[in-house]
Design a protein around this ligand. Structure first.
Ligand SMILES: NC(=O)c1ccc[n+]([C@@H]2O[C@H](COP(=O)([O-])OP(=O)(O)OC[C@H]3O[C@@H](n4cnc5c(N)ncnc54)[C@H](O)[C@@H]3O)[C@@H](O)[C@H]2O)c1
Length: 143
């Protein structure tokens, strides 16, 4: 990766797994990185492991108000968001036939559904608004 020095990056689901690994790479490139995650223990852990993070923000991406508040906090801390990594989601890593009804329910209710896309798009629209574009957040939320 090149040209990412000083880019301001927000990574959803960034407190563990692929999101956390992505945060490490952006930090290696000299980017300013905020992660956003609903898991409080994972947020504490990544802050210990990656002291260079600008923040580990608390939000569930299926909750529009939480996404908006976290995004506003990211802007406050970093001044801007240049890159959004919309990664949050549930990863069930065992045989399909071994997935329990509870896991299936969690997956259905999780960030992998329509809400993740809608609120991810809401974040992007907020980005656009911040950068002088038209505010489409309400349109998207009502979609
Ligand atoms: N690991 C894989 O093989 C694989 C394959 C295909 C797609 N994916 C997708 O990649 C993404 C990351 O996968 P992973 O393996 O790193 O998962 P992971 O479970 O290790 O990490 C996901 C992170 O997202 C957070 N998260 C989950 N739902 C959230 C929500 N609603 N709001 C805020 N944070 C939330 C979790 O707390 C966790 O920290 C997921 O969207 C997953 O569906 C993963």
């Amino acid at each position: 990766m090149r040209g990412l020095k000083a880019k301001r990056v927000l990574i959803t689901g960034g407190a563990s797994g692929i999101g956390a690994a992505t945060a490490v790479r952006f930090l290696e490139e000299g980017s300013v990185v905020c992660v956003l995650d609903r898991d409080a223990e994972a947020r504490r852990k990544i802050l210990r492991e990656l002291p260079g993070l600008a923040a580990a923000l608390d939000a569930d991406v299926s909750n529009l108000k939480q996404v908006q508040a976290a995004f506003a906090e990211a802007i406050r801390l970093m001044g801007e968001v240049d890159v959004l990594v919309n990664n949050a989601g549930i990863s069930i890593r065992h045989n399909f036939l071994d997935i329990t009804p509870e896991e299936a329910r969690q997956r259905r209710d999780s960030a992998n559904g329509v809400d993740q896309r809608r609120h991810g798009i809401s974040v992007l629209c907020g980005l656009q608004r911040h950068q002088g574009g038209r505010d489409r957040t309400d349109e998207v939320d009502g979609a």
